[in-house]
Design a protein around this ligand. Structure first.
Ligand SMILES: [Zn+2]
Ligand SMILES: [Zn+2]
Length: 297
């Protein structure tokens, strides 16, 4: 299985257009230790020829322009894209679906809860209705036409998107992790970009993976409040912080295999490669995903 990190920042990216935090200012100024990052998405492939996306960020147009494996065949409009899986309806994970609206060669796989949330409350998404394929939690689907990559969506502790909170009650089908198993090798990837807590179910999924991409939105719970006192805390926003005694790093660093933090908010101190927080992550054997990074599993 081949994996390409299309975007490693959380919603807003780095720099975020309206943010003057230290990281955003340094990224704007071209500081080599705080390189710019685009909004969150992964591309995966069984063979490097045909690909699937895990979430579709508003930056998907630029992300695909930089990923030559995903370019259309010369002289055609034939793109080697099979499936786009959606793990929740946050705008940084779904706006790219509208960017990819021409022709729709791909399937959009998600739960009925997420499909209905998008189609019932957003007329523009109805353009995409024929491409949706709804699955139940833990239902097996194949991402690729050769049926090599078997995927399942599993529920994780999370928060329904803010824009939906007044419209639809939250449900286990609203915030998901994705497990992808390569049927040739039995190797497993797990992608969990939104994770409010490590409950026993999500912990078991992460522990069983050989390669895991985990919610690294915030280092500390009060990170946004330091910038804007009225802002909500990390856990309230649906993201377990990395640092501290109860943070995810202390537990994830115990797991074998490879662990990468992704979905990094622009305020997160780990985005500065020379910060003590980034050094702490590295010292515990955990990695920080980077746009354009390519991995093999
Ligand atoms: Zn910022
Ligand atoms: Zn997000």
């Amino acid at each position: 299985m081949k994996v390409r990190v299309l975007g490693s920042a959380a919603g807003g990216g780095l720099p975020q257009w309206n943010c003057g935090c230290a990281n955003c200012a340094r990224a704007r100024a071209g500081d080599p230790f705080v390189p710019p990052r685009s909004q969150p998405s992964l591309a995966i492939s069984a063979d490097g020829a045909r690909w699937s996306l895990l979430n579709a960020s508003p930056d998907v147009r630029d992300q695909l322009a930089k990923a030559n494996g995903l370019w259309p065949r010369a002289g055609t409009r034939d793109v080697p894209l099979d499936t786009v899986v959606i793990s929740n309806a946050d705008l940084d994970h779904v706006l790219g679906l509208l960017v990819l609206r021409e022709a729709l060669p791909h399937r959009i796989v998600t739960t009925a809860w997420i499909r209905d949330a998008l189609l019932d409350h957003n007329a523009a998404f109805r353009l995409l209705a024929p491409a949706f394929h709804a699955v139940k939690l833990d239902e097996a689907i194949f991402l690729d036409r050769d049926e090599t990559l078997e995927a399942r969506l599993f529920p994780v502790p999370g928060k329904a998107p803010t824009w939906l909170a007044q419209l639809v009650p939250n449900a286990p089908e609203a915030t998901l992790g994705l497990r992808v198993c390569d049927r040739r090798s039995g190797r497993r990837l797990v992608y969990a970009p939104g994770l409010r807590a490590l409950d026993s179910g999500s912990w078991a999924e992460l522990a069983a993976a050989d390669l895991r991409f985990v919610d690294g939105t915030f280092w500390s719970d009060d990170e946004l409040q330091r910038l804007r006192p009225a802002a909500p805390g990390a856990v309230q926003m649906g993201h377990l912080p990395i640092g501290g005694r109860d943070g995810s790093l202390a537990r994830l660093s115990l797991l074998p295999g490879r662990t990468l933090y992704t979905h990094l908010n622009n305020t997160n101190p780990v985005l500065d490669a020379r910060s003590s927080e980034a050094a702490e992550v590295r010292a515990l054997g955990v990695e920080i995903a980077m746009d354009g990074m390519e991995l093999e599993l």
